[in-house]
Each structure stands twice: as C-alpha cells, then as structure tokens.
Design a protein around this ligand. Structure first.
Ligand SMILES: [Zn+2]
Length: 254
C-alpha cells in the first residue's frame, strides 16, 4: 500500500504532466461519474493531502483520487496508444500527456470549495506545507489507551503514515507497537521522526529507513519476520494489529 511519500511523488508527477494545460480528454470509468467530462478545463495543480490526491481545475472542480491498496498512476506521451485494461478507472489527457489511473480505490469529482468533505477529517499532513507536529501529538494523545501502532496508522491523527513507516518509526524509537499511546513519553519525537523519514524518501520510489538502499537491506523490521534484528540478533516478530500486520523486535522494543 502506497504511503504518504509515494503519494507525494505521484502528485508531483501528475502536476508536471497536467498543470497549466487544458484537458483534451477525461474518461471516468466509475459509475457515479461516467458522464463527467472535463474537456477544455485547465488543470491548475495536483497536490497530495496525506494519502489523498487532489487534481484541481480552473472550472472550480477537484478530481479526488486515492490509491488505496494497489492503485497507481502512469503517465505516458499523449501520442502513445494506450493498452486498454479493465483496471483503468480514470484517464486525464492533454495534448502532450495522458495520465492513466489504474485500480484507484477512490475516484470522485467534488467542488474545490468543498474539498474539506473528502479530506477535512485528516490530521496534520506529514508532507504538507502546514505540518503541525504539536497538533499531531495532541490528537495522538487524545486516546491514551489505544495501542500506539494503531494510533499512528489513523489518518485522523496525522496523515501519511502507512504500515512500513509505522513499524520502522516504532523500532527506531524502541517502542513496542502494543504499548499504550499514553505510556509513550515522547510522542513528539515519534511524529518528528516519521516526518523526517517520509521527507527523506519522498523524492524516490521505494522506502529506505536504514540508510542502505540495497535490496533486502532497506528496513529494520518491516517485512523481516523471523530474520535476526539488525541491532541485537533476536528474531523479528510479526502479528496482526487491527487489520494490518505489524513487525517488531521483542528485545529492542518494549
Ligand atoms: Zn533487536
């Protein structure tokens, strides 16, 4: 599942291909917006808000998309013949580029003035221009009994963390994912580290938290069940937490 940094990167690619140009074609392949047509509208920008993508047009409309589990956007030259696929949910094209959205979990059209209806619930955006660590800490702290691993994934607390960064941040801070949020002494340090990891990774594809981009060396605990902890050698454990799997070192994280 793409995390905030990958969504930020996708927003930038969409922005570069679409912004400042009139759309020559739009093709919404979702029932609710099957008849929508943005042809002639100029795309003003694409931005990310947490894991949401907002593509705004001069007509006062916003195309809201979300990658969810395995959505993706591909950008190809407009002249290239597009292989049709039942996974395509949306096509936005101008004279130079076509942006093709595959398996998008959300495709909808909202008034730009009413974007808050789709993103207003989000906590501070880790990669947003208005990142507010104190507000994120306040929200995290509002449910002290909740396991911290769950709280970090809740986009209403802070927006952009997915399963990889959750596991990695908690390892780096020595915190067990089931520890009560109220028992985490320094939530600000947790939020700040998450922000710095996303920031460090946003310009590239793939997530590296160890500083080593070599395949198989990118993470401390994520995806490493049964392998020795890189710090202490204890086998890494994994277990379901809510509806996701979390990874941790039972020795380093208490
Ligand atoms: Zn360890």
């Amino acid at each position: 599942m793409p995390e905030g940094d990958a969504v930020w990167y996708t927003a930038r690619r969409l922005h570069e291909a679409l912004a400042g140009r009139p759309l020559t074609r739009s093709d919404f392949r979702v029932p609710r917006f099957a008849t929508a047509d943005l042809t002639g509208d100029v795309v003003t920008e694409t931005v990310s808000r947490g894991k949401h993508l907002l593509t705004r047009t001069s007509g006062g409309l916003t195309v809201h998309t979300h990658l969810r589990m395995d959505g993706s956007w591909r950008i190809r030259p407009a002249a290239e013949r597009m292989a049709d696929s039942h996974r395509i949910r949306l096509v936005l094209a101008n004279r130079e580029w076509q942006a093709i959205g595959y398996s998008l979990g959300v495709v909808e059209l909202v008034r730009t003035s009413q974007e808050a209806e789709v993103t207003g619930h989000l906590g501070p955006d880790l990669l947003g221009p208005d990142w507010d660590c104190a507000e994120a800490v306040r929200r995290l702290g509002a449910e002290p009994d909740r396991p911290v691993g769950e709280a970090l994934l809740d986009q209403r607390n802070l927006a952009g963390i997915g399963n990889i960064y959750k596991a990695e941040v908690l390892f780096l801070r020595g915190i067990n994912p089931w520890r009560r949020t109220g028992d985490v002494a320094d939530l600000a340090a947790v939020a700040d580290l998450a922000q710095r990891l996303l920031e460090a990774n946003k310009e590239r594809l793939g997530q590296v938290t160890t500083g080593n981009p070599r395949r198989g060396e990118e993470t401390w605990v994520y995806g490493r069940r049964g392998r020795p902890c890189r710090r202490c050698g204890t086998p890494i454990r994994s277990e379901g937490q809510q509806d996701r799997i979390t990874f941790w070192c039972p020795s380093c994280q208490v």
